[in-house]
Design a protein. Structure first.
Length: 182
């Protein structure tokens, strides 16, 4: 999203490709999970960077007209998860979240609409969606020792090596040549 400073794009929020009605203000944080290990009796500490923490995203929607209110109510099913059904992450597009590289969020809460002289204000709390890395299998990259008949693959391979060595040491070259040619 390319924007110019103080342009109307700062007031526009898009979730799942749908423009959210009204004016949106969005705040987002960026923080790292840094572990600090302080040695007793000494100045300083050891620091371990454990990666990026999921950003907290706060959205405030300001609605001024009955049309915007109706439009907002039509997108509520997109925002709310239903009992027993996990809500999927939503794509988000706003200058603030774009600045931090936040492209998907999970909605944590949808606040009560607050009516005032400035219209209706609705607060949405969300968290950045960062899927857990896929776990590698414990034996990934290792040669599997699968059974072959009554022997394992490693035992069968060892037996084949011994047979090949025995054939190469036999005095009859024609038999060895036939075996080597396949």
């Amino acid at each position: 999203m390319s924007i110019s400073f103080l342009s109307p794009e700062w007031d526009i929020l898009t979730l799942e490709g749908q423009k959210i009605p009204g004016k949106a203000t969005v705040s987002c944080d960026y923080s790292l999970a840094i572990e600090v290990k302080k040695a007793k009796g000494f100045d300083g500490a050891e620091y371990t960077d454990n990666g990026k923490e999921a950003s907290k995203v706060t959205i405030e929607i300001w609605i001024w007209s009955s049309k915007e209110w109706e439009d907002f109510q039509s997108i509520i099913p997109l925002i709310l998860s239903r009992k027993g059904i996990e809500s999927p992450p939503l794509t988000i597009d706003h200058p603030v979240t774009s600045m931090y590289g936040v492209t998907r969020i999970k909605i944590k809460s949808l606040g009560e609409p607050r009516y005032g002289k400035d219209g209706i204000r609705i607060k949405i709390e969300a968290i950045e969606y960062i899927p857990a890395p896929k776990k590698k299998a414990a034996n990934a990259g290792k040669k599997k020792d699968t059974p072959v008949g009554n022997a394992t693959a490693a035992q069968a391979e060892e037996a084949n090596k011994k047979l090949l060595q025995a054939l190469q040491q036999r005095p009859n070259p024609s038999l060895r040549d036939q075996f080597m040619r396949g």
